[in-house]
Structure formats: C-alpha cells, structure tokens
Design a protein around this ligand. Structure first.
Ligand code: DP6
Length: 328
C-alpha cells in the first residue's frame, strides 16, 4: 500500500451516472444498499471536478463555492478511513459543469470523484470494487459512476460492476433537456425513503423493476433499442408511479417536462426511435441513436427555443486531472 504524506492533493473528474433502469429504494440495513437493480451509463461531457487534500484536523466539503454541512458525508469519510486503513481527514472542493441537485445525478459524480480521489491519496492500489462500495455509502448511484461505459448495480449489492466499456455501443446518444436548473425541493434520498414507507405501490415496484431489469440486460447486450427503449420508459414511469402514490405525493415534473414526454411520443409516431427517462427532478433525458440524433435535436430546439438541450453519449470513468502533488 502506498500512502500519501500530509499536504498532498489530487484533482479528479467524474461524469454523472444516468440510470436507464432505475434504482429507487433501499434495503432496511441502513448502509445505503439498493433494493432494486439498476443499469446506467455515465454522461460524457458532464462532470464534477473535485480537489481533495489530506487534512490533519477535520473533514470539510465545499460544493460550488459553499462549505456544506458535513453530516451527509461523515459515514462516507469514516468508512474510507476504516476500509483504507488511514487516520487522515480530507478536505474536498468540488465544482460541477452542470446544475447540481436538479435531477442530473450530481451526487453520483460528486461521491464517485470523492471516493476515487480519497483512495488515490491514501491507497492508490485500492481495488475499484472497494472504491465503488465506498462511493455507494455516499450515494448509491455514485457506485456506478466509477466505471466507464455501461454499468449495473444489482439489488442488495455493495458495489457496481461494469457491463460494457465506453466503445460498446458507439451509436448510443442521450439528449438532455435542462428544463429547470434550480435545486429540487426534496432530495432523492428522502423521497425514496418516504416512498418505501408510504406508497402502496412500493412493493410492486420492487418486484416489477426486477422483471424490467432482467429483460433489459439481453436487450442492451444485443444493442436493441427497439426492445430496450420501452423498458427504459417503463422503468422511469413505474418509479414515478411510486412517487405519485407516496404520502404526501412527490412531484418533480414541470409543464415543460410533460410537454417533452408528449413530444417523444409524437416523434416515435413519426418513426424516430427515441425513449425518454427521468430522475428526481424535472429534466428529461432522451435516448436515441446517432442516425436520428441530429434531426431530433433540431426538432426539439425548434419546438422549445427556451430549453437548453445537450447531446451526450456513454462516458468515461474517473479521470485524474493531476497526479497527487504537494500543496505546500
Ligand atoms: C432517481 O443515488 O441520488 O436517480 O443513494 O440516497 O444518494 P442515494 O440516492 P441517489 O438516487 C438516484 C435515484 C435516481 C435513479 C438512479 O440513478 O438509479
């Protein structure tokens, strides 16, 4: 094991993990273990960049210029110390090039960058599965963001696994509509816990989502969007079914969200293979293939000139922007 000395720092960049098949709900163990199996891809071009330094006194996290309450991070940092056998504290300064806490999976890229950077500083030989498991404690979707290409996080699992690398499906495209960029009123962590406790559909969701997951795996393997697309749609709509039936109900959608969902339906009627998905926020992510992408993008931009659309594709895993360096 190679451990860094005091005053070293590292800068890590990680892309957010977009679920095609959703994780929503945890086991009751209290260790942030998912109760549903998810399939995801990292979003190329979107990233969180985090500078992590060793600290003698305390853990400290600054996100987009503001120091945040450390409580959410404490179990994560404590586990990093335990798992990687270090006594160090960490100081993290993080910035994203996309809106945070707005349903664009910023906690996945944030915790993935943090876990990867901490590990590189204190034990650069730490296996990726261990780092993925540490990231999971911060945010379960972050465990997926540690791997490039397409990943899976199975229910009851401690860490994610890579399914296919970044070059697996070169035609795969994601058009992201940034409908509204303000922070959401209710975090996904809190929302899924209230869903578990109060939605009468929650247990059906747990069962049905495994059926969707097991059908999605061979469809992805065959790169068959005709089969995968309806499963992507079914997964997010069933997840929202549990949200809408939570007490009190959880609504992340905006009028433009609904309009875009309807537009996707119209585009499919016109023969385009385009399948929307959504997370805990109003943004709509539309999955399509390279051949359709430019046409569909032009149609969307023309119909919704006030919305920012960004085209992405399966992204990389963590990137070290600079190797550990002495800061003083
Ligand atoms: C809707 O990973 O943010 O984006 O584990 O509590 O931090 P915590 O939740 P988080 O939830 C992501 C939920 C989702 C679906 C998904 O990414 O699979």
């Amino acid at each position: 094991m190679k451990e860094a000395s005091e005053n070293q720092s590292i800068i890590v960049r990680t892309s957010p993990s977009l679920a095609l098949i959703k994780y929503w709900g945890k086991t009751i163990s209290g260790d942030n273990i998912p109760a549903t199996s998810s399939i995801a891809t990292n979003l190329h071009g979107f990233y969180t960049e985090t500078k992590i330094s060793l600290s003698k006194e305390k853990d400290c996290v600054t996100i987009n210029g503001s120091e945040v309450l450390i409580g959410r991070f404490t179990p994560f940092f404590n586990q990093v110390r335990k798992e990687l056998h270090t006594h160090h504290y960490f100081n993290a300064v993080s910035q994203s090039n996309f809106p945070t806490s707005a349903g664009l999976a910023s906690s996945s890229s944030g915790f993935a960058a943090l876990a990867y950077g901490c590990a590189q500083l204190v034990d650069s030989q730490a296996p990726l599965n261990v780092i993925s498991s540490l990231a999971r404690l911060g945010s379960a979707s972050a465990s997926r963001a540690l791997f490039p290409g397409f990943t899976v996080l199975k229910r009851n699992s401690l860490h994610a696994e890579q399914l296919y690398d970044q070059a697996f499906w070169p035609e795969f495209r994601i058009i992201i509509a940034i409908v509204k960029s303000g922070p959401k009123k209710i975090s996904s962590r809190h929302a899924m816990e209230v869903s578990r406790k109060t939605s009468p559909y929650y247990h059906s969701w747990l069962e049905e989502s495994e059926c969707i997951f097991s059908q999605a795996l061979p469809a992805l393997d065959k790169k068959n969007l005709k089969t995968l697309g309806p499963l992507i749609r079914q997964s997010y709509l069933m997840m929202f079914g549990t949200m809408f039936t939570t007490m009190p109900p959880i609504f992340y959608w905006e009028p433009d969200t609904v309009a875009l969902i309807k537009t996707c339906e119209d585009l499919r009627e016109q023969g385009y293979s385009i399948w929307e998905t959504m997370d805990a926020g109003p943004q709509v992510k539309m999955i399509t293939l390279k051949d359709n992408c430019e046409n569909v993008y032009a149609i969307l931009k023309n119909k919704y000139p006030h919305i920012n659309f960004v085209i992405s594709q399966p992204g990389e895993g963590p990137i070290i922007v600079n190797e550990p360096t002495h800061t003083s």
